[in-house]
Each structure stands twice: as C-alpha cells, then as structure tokens.
Ligand binder design. Sequence first.
Ligand code: FE2
Ligand code: FE2
Length: 252
Amino acid sequence: MLIDTHSGTRIDEIADGIHRISTPMPPSVFPGGFSFNQYLVLDDEPLLFHTGMRSIFPLVREAIAAVMPLERLRYLALSHFESDECGALNDFLQVAPHSVPVCSTTAAMVSVGDFALRPPRALADGEMLRIGKRQLMWLDTPHLPHNWETGLMWEPGSRTLLCGDLFTQGGHELPPLTSDDLLAPSEAFRRAGVAAGEPDPYSLGPGTATILERLAGLQPRTLAVMHGSVFQARRDDDGAAMLRGLARELVH
Ligand SMILES: [Fe+2]
Ligand SMILES: [Fe+2]
C-alpha cells in the first residue's frame, strides 16, 4: 500500500501479521538509490523493529497509522545504535505513551539507557519477548555486521528473521518481496563501496562464522532486511543456504 506519493513510502504485509514499511531514497539523494525499511509486528502489544531516521519519522508514523492506531505501539526495538535504526526513537516514545525501547543489554548500557526518554527493556541473548500470541527471541550478534551492541530478532511462528543490515541491497525501486538470491546483489553493493574507497560496513571478528551458522540453524523462511527486498524462501533451507553463503563470502 502506497502511503505517500511524494516520497514513495509504502507498507506491505510480508509475512503473517508482519508489515514492511519502506522509504526509497532516489539517486539524487543517495548515489545509485537506496531504501530504509522498518518492520511492524502486529499482536496485542505491537513491536516496531527500527524507527528509521528522525527525518522520515512523519512518513513511518503515517504508514503505521494506516494499519493500526499509533498509541498501541508497545515495543520499539533496535538492532544497534545508528540513526536509521533508532533516530526517531524519542519521537515515537512521545507519540506512543505505552511504548518502551527494546535492545541488547550492551546497547542499553552504552547508549539507549542514556539517550532514550524512557528506560529500555534490555534483552539478554536468547531471551524471549512475548507480545501477545507470539513471542520474539533476541539474538546477540556482536559486530555482525557492525557495532558491539548489535543483535537481531527471530519470530518463530512465521520463521521470520528480522536481520537488520545483513543482505543490504542498493537501489530504490526493488519490490517488497522476492524469492531471488539476495547474496550476489548485496555482496556486489558492499564490494562496490569498498572498491570506491569506503570502509567495509562489516566488522569481521572471530565470532562471525559461528554467529551466521547459528542464524542459519534457525532455518528462516523470511529474511526481513533493512535495506532492499525481503527474501521469501521457496524451500525450507533457502534462507539457511543464503546465510551460509554470506559466511563463505566474509570468512576465509
Ligand atoms: Fe547499521
Ligand atoms: Fe541500516
């Protein structure tokens, strides 16, 4: 559903009760084009995974309001502390009076506990967060792809991995959902940046392969990425195969 014709912000249900909000950035703003996604997980206590930057707050707010009353938002989760993950965190805390930030224990300690207008709900690795009929698991993924406080969320009911910056694709006209390979386009995008002299967005560490293997072991059906198209597996092991492929690209 298109929310705003000027910006192109839209919201689409990409798994049962999980909505992708996406705002494209044209090449005039971001060379080659880009996109910023947030995920709204509906239930008794709805969860928003990433708020987007402060600059797109009105657009993300409008997209959520098209699906449910904004005041119902309960959890504002973030993978790590960057503007596209949580720039509008305090704006949402103000318009959704019952909402609280959700993040890793490290993120709570180093950034969110101080920055946010209300104290965060800090989740330990493997901890479940019940939001109604469904619950989500917090997975610590330090330094994957960057920042020591980083973590991801797993929704076992729909087998959806909210995988943040993993499989980041360039471009601003990508479809909400695809079953095509994301590894090749995302690696091409990363390598083009590195070849142009930009720093590698991945902070490789001794734990990289182990973390990716753990994510692959979940056998995700849907990879809900923050930048680009969501991957929907055709076969049970397609998501795992792509995560293992990423490990092969990163760890030699
Ligand atoms: Fe990031
Ligand atoms: Fe990001």
